[in-house]
Unconditional design. Structure first.
Length: 206
């Protein structure tokens, strides 16, 4: 059976780079702008760049919040949040004031220095992961795999069982999360060479 793949375009996100990366692994994704169309797809990506506040504001304004929550409640479908798209899956975030997130993953997103990071922010560039809980999303990867990050904020997750991998930058912060059929990476798999392509393949094969 051919799976139907979509990328949500809500005005914030590196849509084209992700689209091209999927094409390189021979996956034809559709870019969608209408929340009512999400149920037509099996695998959906929620990308994001910029601030938590702006991202969740646009998500709610367009009506994606209800659509994404309904989609994620269907265990026959899968959702993948990338960077800020992962962060807004949380309960709330504190970038430019407090904003309530989608509350799919229990936790809060704070500036990394609030967690104890004393290194220069933003955290930009290549960094590796430490796999905490083995998961289908990390198949054929190891702790030497490098991924591309751009973040000043990180998630403080409530349920440690939903923490798949961490990354070290002054602090240990979640870099891969998973709750049932919902996945997220703080890094950009579409910008992370072979290791990133493997993450995308793992999600699509899940």
């Amino acid at each position: 059976m051919t799976i139907k793949v979509a990328i949500i375009n809500y005005g914030i996100g590196n849509i084209r780079s992700l689209y091209n990366s999927l094409k390189r692994i021979e996956v034809e994704a559709e870019i969608i702008t209408d929340p009512d169309t999400i149920d037509q797809f099996d695998k959906v990506f929620l990308p994001g760049v910029g601030s938590y506040k702006d991202a969740i504001k646009k998500i709610k304004y367009i009506g994606w919040d209800k659509a994404i929550k309904n989609f994620s409640s269907n265990q026959n479908k899968s959702l993948f949040g990338i960077c800020v798209g992962m962060q807004i899956l949380s309960t709330c975030g504190y970038e430019y004031g407090k904003s309530n997130g989608l509350n799919i993953i229990k936790g809060e997103v704070l500036r990394m220095n609030k967690h104890g990071c004393d290194l220069k922010l933003p955290h930009i560039g290549w960094n590796n992961i430490k796999i905490i809980n083995q998961n289908l999303i990390t198949e054929n990867l190891n702790n030497e795999a490098n991924f591309y990050f751009v973040n000043s904020y990180s998630l403080r997750i409530v349920n440690s069982n939903e923490l798949i991998a961490t990354t070290s930058y002054g602090i240990e912060f979640p870099s891969i999360i998973n709750k049932q059929n919902v996945f997220g990476t703080q890094f950009h798999p579409e910008k992370s060479s072979k290791a990133g392509m493997q993450i995308l393949k793992n999600f699509l094969n899940a």
